[in-house]
Ligand binder design. Structure first.
Ligand code: 6MZ
Length: 366
């Protein structure tokens, strides 16, 4: 990996918590559940280590991951590790998304799941994790954690973290609504928006629409995964999603010219996940990836990992792939990384802080 790509500040806007877990952690969790007789470790070991998954296998793996990460303690642990991993490669601002989960058998509610996530944000002491509290008067944001630059004599890396709550496409209208209400209540803990994701082969747009409309009315930011499969193009849903006009779109994989025209004229920023698109065969190969068309047309874009664990990638690696596949130089990559600041779900004060971080690092490009 080129050092400059790792040391360059980066912004990550499309990362699913349970998709970003270290392989070593997944293996450890699987082994422990194997020893308790909950799962058969020998059957899942190769599933965890397999690469080149199809989209169906990806969602099967998520089902397994969700068995491995059901309890509060594990949710806190993975959050802590995921934040540390992004900070270690100089992600300076992260919007981490996760689906609040209910698990009656262990007394987990959507709220207690999210509390475990927030506990994970507070737990990482080797990194200065800054998430914000919302003040109702005037809507300004203030840091909720003291800044401390030293840890074991070394300067700590600082990462701003915001949370997006995901609605899973398998959920009912009531469950989706519960997630949005939770997001509203957890604003002071850095929750800024709602994501609609999950297996694109399941679910109906009409099911989530009331919750998404409610989220919009409450002033939450909204992003969707628009990634129809070749087998299930579902034109109407893509049109409805574009019509809704979210603040960002994940993937943006369409098949119809008219949808592309609409996206381009809308200027809705797109979260591009190169490795994910190739691994799930949503895009045939990088040389036909829509990144090129959108980048050349100066459409707002941000490179993201989607699931750094499941797809064995990192933000730096996504930048490396873009640089080498699309022939972009250091300066262009830096400008691409910096431009992502404009598409974050935060106010101008936050954006200004980040612009300064980028400006002060430009001299290190060489
Ligand atoms: C659609 C995806 C996804 O929420 O449990 N998820 N949904 N497309 C993708 N890429 C091909 N990658 C992840 O993180 C895992 C969940 O995020 C969604 C799926 O619902 C998956 O179960 P959380 O933290």
């Amino acid at each position: 990996m080129d050092d400059w790509l790792v040391s360059m500040p980066k912004v990550e806007l499309h990362a699913h918590l349970n998709g970003s877990i270290r392989d070593s952690t997944l293996l450890q969790l699987a082994k422990a559940l194997g020893e308790k007789g909950v799962i058969d470790f020998s059957e899942v070991e190769h599933v965890i280590l397999k690469s080149d998954r199809s989209i169906v296998e990806v969602f099967k793996l998520f089902d397994l991951i969700h068995i491995l990460t059901t309890d509060h303690k594990t949710v806190t642990r993975i959050t802590k590790e995921v934040i540390a991993d992004f900070a270690s490669e100089n992600v300076v601002y992260l919007e981490l998304r996760t689906t609040p989960k209910r698990n009656d058998s262990i007394g987990m509610t959507k709220r207690s799941y999210m509390e475990a996530v927030v506990k994970g944000l507070r737990a990482e002491s080797s990194v200065d994790v800054v998430f914000m509290s919302y003040t109702a008067n005037g809507g300004s944001f203030v840091n909720s954690l003291p800044s401390n630059d030293e840890y074991n004599g070394k300067t700590r890396k600082k990462i701003y973290v915001r949370l997006l709550l995901s609605i899973d496409r398998r959920e009912t209208t009531a469950a989706a609504m519960e997630t949005v209400m939770l997001a509203v209540e957890m604003r002071h803990l850095g929750v800024v928006g709602i994501d609609l994701s999950g297996n694109p082969l399941v679910g109906e747009w009409a099911t989530y629409l009331p919750a998404l409309e409610f989220a919009r009315d409450q002033g939450l930011y909204i992003t969707f995964t628009v990634e129809r499969c070749v087998h299930v193009p579902n034109r109407q849903e893509v049109q409805a999603m574009l019509e809704f006009s979210p603040q960002r779109i994940g993937h943006a994989i369409f098949f119809e010219e008219e949808d592309w025209r609409k996206l381009k004229s809308s200027k809705i920023p797109v979260e591009i996940c190169l490795t994910s698109n190739i691994r799930t065969m949503s895009v045939r190969s990088l040389d036909v990836h829509h990144f090129v068309d959108l980048y050349n047309g100066k459409h707002p874009l941000v490179l993201c990992t989607d699931d750094s664990g499941v797809f064995s990638t990192s933000v730096s690696n996504e930048y490396k792939i873009a640089a080498s596949s699309f022939g972009l130089g250091k300066r262009e990559m830096f400008e691409l990384a910096k431009s992502a600041v404009e598409f974050i779900f935060a106010d101008d004060a936050m954006k200004n802080d980040l612009r300064k971080i980028f400006d002060s690092s430009v001299k290190n490009l060489g």
